[in-house]
Design a protein around this ligand. Structure first.
Ligand code: RP5
Length: 162
């Protein structure tokens, strides 16, 4: 299976990155994580993105806060699917990063998930990889069914209490 690249703008984004890494580990998807900033280390972010496809990556998840240009800067250098995760900051609670990540000009797409949405980013990456792997797609269907069952069990438990 192709790898997922987890690129964060700062090591302060690590708690959100770990949410994604946990899901990828559960699903058996190989990944690599790096700290490359669109602003502080633009050359490294560019070089990694340019080589990502030939280095065996299938999807890239970019995590950044504040004036978050990382996902767009990566997407500018590859046609691999790029998922952007806006990370919460102290001042504007992540709305700054959400708008910076989601409002890409046409031509360079970034699939943006919720603020601090590391888990959904990993699940979306898994669904993209599953497009070319029927067996893995069936695993994702089973996982979804198990989660639905757990919700219905909670529904039954609530009905007994109220
Ligand atoms: C962004 O600035 C990073 O992605 C991080 O979310 C934010 C703050 O970075 P630090 O000042 O904590 O390194 O580039």
């Amino acid at each position: 299976m192709k790898k997922v690249g987890l690129i964060m703008g700062s090591d302060s984004d690590l708690p959100v990155v770990k949410k994604a890494a946990g899901i990828l580990t559960e699903l058996g998807i190989p990944y690599e994580a790096h700290v490359y900033s669109a602003h502080r280390t633009p050359a490294e972010a560019r070089d990694w993105s340019l080589a990502a496809k030939e280095n065996g990556f299938g999807v890239i998840i970019a995590f950044a806060g504040m004036a978050a240009h990382l996902a767009g800067a990566i997407a500018a250098n590859t046609t691999l699917p790029v998922i952007g995760v806006p990370c919460k900051s102290a001042v504007l609670e992540g709305v700054d990063a959400l708008l910076s990540t989601v409002m890409m000009p046409s031509g360079i797409p970034v699939a943006t998930v919720a603020i601090d949405g590391g888990k959904n980013a990993a699940l979306l990456a898994a669904e993209i990889l599953a497009l070319g792997d029927d067996e893995f797609a069936a695993e994702l269907d089973e996982r979804r069914a198990a989660e639905a069952k757990a919700v219905l069990e909670k529904d039954a438990a609530i009905e007994e209490q109220i």
